[in-house]
Design a binder for this molecule. Structure first.
Ligand code: VGL
Ligand code: ZN
Length: 208
C-alpha cells in the first residue's frame, strides 16, 4: 500500500498575520516539517494543496456584497463569506516561509473558479469539477493518505471526507491541524465527523 503525506493549505493567509489566520499556525508549520522529515526517510511522497483564488472570487465578502462570516447561498451551494485571501500570485497565497517546500513533490491548486468555493482538495463545493489530485494519486497507485493542515473545520475536513468517499485509507495528523472555529467547537466536531466516517486520528509518534 503506497502512502502520501498531503499538506493542506499551509499558506501565509491562514497563518499569523494573514487574512484568515488560525491560532498556533507556527506549531502547524513545525509539525509539518517534522512529518516531512519522517516521511522522507520512509520514501513517502509529500504533496500539498494550495487555495488559489482569482481576485474576483465570489467567496470573498467584498465581491458578493456580504459581510465576513455571513452564511448564505452562492449559486445554489451553502457559502460562508470570507475575507479576501489566497489571491493567485500574492504573498498570502504563498506557502509559509518556514515550511520545507523543497520536500514537496506535487502541488494541487483549488478554488480557481470564481463562481464556486472549493474546500476539498478533490472537488469544488458543488462537486461538479475535480482537481488533478485523484487522477494523480491513482496514477501513482497511492491508496493511503496522511492528511494535516489548515483549516480543520473547512479544507481539512472536506478533503478527508472526500478521500474516504473515494476509497482512500486516511490518517489525520491532528497535532498538525488548526481550524477557523467560527463556533468554538467547530474543529473538535470536524475531527469527530472525520473519525465517524472512517478516518484514523493519529499523532506524530504514530508515524515512526
Ligand atoms: C479555507 C476558508 C476559505 C481553508 C479556504 O483552507 O480551510 N477556508 N478558503
Ligand atoms: Zn479559500
Amino acid at each position: 500500500m503506497k502512502t502520501a503525506l498531503l499538506l493542506v493549505d499551509l499558506q501565509n493567509d491562514f497563518c499569523t498575520g494573514g487574512a484568515l489566520a488560525v491560532n498556533e499556525s507556527e506549531l502547524v508549520i513545525d509539525i509539518a516539517n517534522k512529518a516531512i522529515e519522517i516521511c522522507k526517510q520512509k520514501q513517502i511522497d509529500i504533496i500539498a494543496s494550495q487555495d488559489w483564488h482569482p481576485a474576483n472570487h465570489l467567496s470573498f465578502a467584498i465581491n458578493s456584497g456580504t459581510q465576513i462570516g455571513d452564511i448564505g447561498e452562492l449559486n445554489g451551494v451553502t457559502q460562508v463569506w470570507w475575507p479576501t485571501h489566497c489571491v493567485q500570485g500574492e504573498y498570502g497565497a504563498q506557502f509559509h516561509p518556514a515550511l520545507n517546500q523543497q520536500a514537496i513533490s506535487e502541488f494541487f491548486t483549488k478554488g480557481e473558479n470564481p463562481q464556486v468555493d472549493s474546500y476539498s482538495a478533490f472537488f469544488d463545493n458543488d462537486r461538479v469539477s475535480q482537481t488533478r489530485l485523484h487522477t494523480w494519486l491513482q496514477a501513482q497507485q497511492i491508496s493511503h493518505l496522511i492528511i494535516m493542515g489548515i483549516a480543520t473545520d473547512y479544507c481539512v475536513k472536506f478533503t478527508v471526507l472526500d478521500a474516504l468517499k473515494l476509497g482512500y485509507h486516511v490518517d489525520v495528523l491532528t497535532e498538525g491541524c488548526r481550524g477557523v472555529n467560527l463556533a468554538p467547537d467547530d474543529s473538535q466536531k470536524a475531527l469527530q465527523e472525520m473519525e465517524e466516517h472512517g478516518a484514523k486520528l493519529i499523532t506524530i509518534t504514530n508515524l515512526y
